[in-house]
Design a protein around this ligand. Structure first.
Ligand SMILES: [Fe+2]
Length: 207
């Protein structure tokens, strides 16, 4: 079974003005789709037909197969990223997630500032992440296509800082993109589900 480009969990114009319909046309419709198409082109020739996306990612890493790893990991990262977003003001941290944000960072504003700083300072392409590590929330970033699911991490939230994520709406202004996204369109319900171990991403469901 070939991998497919997952549907967005909202209409392409639902996150405006923080993320435009045109950005989704390119970022989801072209970049994400290209990762899906390239991965599908690889799996047959590499003897991985029928493997799940996570199996493909982990096998590619073990083999040191950069082409397959980069494309398959980018499918997972983007599918997860779309689920991390929601229309402005539709969700807020609650329950265990809110308690842990308060205890581990001193509040939501402090968490968002730390994640924005990490992602702003990340050199070149990559992703900013909020992960669960040894029972605590932790902010980190990974380069290029690298993904927590290939590193034994539990991902809770991500933000894409490849230029293709912000150049249409914010040109070169990565900090302004991060502030706009992190402060307005994070799907905290999804983050909370990931913390509780219930956040099955659309990527996990593939294959
Ligand atoms: Fe991206």
């Amino acid at each position: 079974m070939a991998f497919t480009l997952p549907d967005l969990p909202y209409p392409k114009d639902a996150l405006q003005p923080h993320m435009s319909e045109e950005t989704f046309d390119y970022h989801w419709g072209k970049h994400h789709k290209a990762y899906v198409d390239k991965t599908n082109g690889f799996v047959g020739e590499k003897g991985l037909e029928g493997a799940s996306l996570l199996q493909v990612i982990r096998t590619a890493k073990e083999r040191g197969d950069k082409g397959l790893f980069n494309n398959s990991a980018q499918i997972w990262n983007h599918s997860f990223f779309w689920q991390c977003l929601a229309p402005q003001g539709s969700t807020a941290p609650s329950g265990r997630l809110k308690d842990m944000i308060d205890s581990d960072f001193g509040g939501q504003d402090a968490l968002l500032e730390k994640l924005a700083t990490e992602a702003t300072n990340h050199f070149a392409s990559g992703w900013g992440w909020l992960i669960l590590n040894s029972g605590k929330l932790e902010v980190t970033s990974l380069h290029d296509a690298d993904t927590p699911v290939a590193n034994g991490m539990t991902p809770l939230l991500t933000v894409d800082v490849w230029e293709h994520a912000y150049y249409i709406d914010y040109r070169n202004e990565r900090p302004r993109f991060l502030k706009s996204v992190l402060e307005n369109i994070i799907n905290w319900d999804f983050v909370g589900q990931n913390l509780d171990g219930q956040g099955e991403t659309r990527a996990d469901q593939q294959g």
